[in-house]
Ligand binder design. Structure first.
Ligand code: MG
Length: 276
């Protein structure tokens, strides 16, 4: 019994110490305007998504599932003759870099994405990799299949992004293979550049627009119809990674209006919810 008490006490102390450390590392909630904001669906949604992304075994399993499938597709394609060298195109954020710490810190401040604070985060180059991603991309490299990183991070993020990729050990972490946003978030022109010289066998992303321009700026209903029409591409040419925290699905619901306040977004979300 004494051993149990001591063990329980030690456990409690560890928990309290952990709590103290974790609370200390969070920024002060200086910009939360009202209690209402703390109960805001969009901001709390970011936090809930981050809790899942950072803790759920199910999240990890989905990542492994996607990367295992992608590896199967590489092996299949290596057996088929190609006139051009093979390549992979991948998105970065929430496709293999985990930015949930950024979402948590922003939500703690009562804020959603903001270009300036986003740059502060990317400049650190400290995002962790999605489970299975590093092994997969290095497997591709071992088979002489290069990866092109097509991301809507912009040029201000280049140094931090390359540092992040290099520190984690991702292949092709150089300027030639990192195609960032310059004038448009539409990735089609950058995909076309790669396609001039390569046979792109897999597209990887967490957002439909990472795969094809057909998904760009479509309404929520159109996006879902297109996904249904193209269902056979998913798990084949298109490999989708999990991201419930943000994406064009959210923008589509909001009519691609990026000026909405969190409270206004809530109204849209509530209109698009089904109960029973
Ligand atoms: Mg992404």
């Amino acid at each position: 019994m004494k051993t149990f008490k001591l063990t329980a006490l030690s456990f409690l102390m560890v928990v309290l110490t952990s709590c103290k450390i974790s609370v200390k590392t969070l920024p002060e909630k200086t910009t939360v305007n009202s209690a209402q904001e703390l109960h805001n669906i969009s901001l709390n949604g970011k936090v809930f998504s981050a809790v899942w992304q950072q803790n759920a075994g199910e999240f990890r399993a989905l990542c492994y599932q996607a990367y295992n499938l992608a590896q199967i597709r590489i092996d299949e394609n290596l057996k088929i003759a190609s006139t051009k060298p093979l390549a992979i195109i991948t998105d970065i954020d929430e496709t293999f870099l985990d930015n949930s710490p950024y979402a948590v810190t922003e939500a703690e401040l009562g804020k959603d994405y903001d270009a300036k604070t986003w740059m502060n985060w990317t400049a650190k180059g400290e995002a962790k990799a999605y489970p299975g991603s590093l092994n997969f991309f290095n497997y591709a490299a071992s088979k002489k299949v290069p990866v092109f990183y097509i991301s809507n991070r912009d040029e201000n993020d280049r140094i931090g992004t390359l540092k992040n990729l290099k520190d984690l050990g991702f292949p092709n972490a150089d300027n030639e293979h990192l195609l960032l946003k310059s004038t448009t978030s539409d990735k089609e022109a950058r995909r076309s550049e790669v396609l001039k010289n390569y046979n792109v066998i897999i597209y990887m992303g967490d957002n439909l627009a990472d795969f094809s321009k057909m998904f760009n700026k479509k309404s929520q209903a159109e996006r879902n119809e297109l996904v249904d029409e193209n269902y056979s591409e998913f798990g084949k040419r298109f490999i989708m990674l999990p991201n419930s925290g943000y994406g064009d699905w959210e923008s589509a619901l909001n009519g691609y209006n990026h000026q909405l306040t969190p409270a206004e977004k809530d109204q849209v979300f509530l209109k698009n919810l089904r109960g029973y």
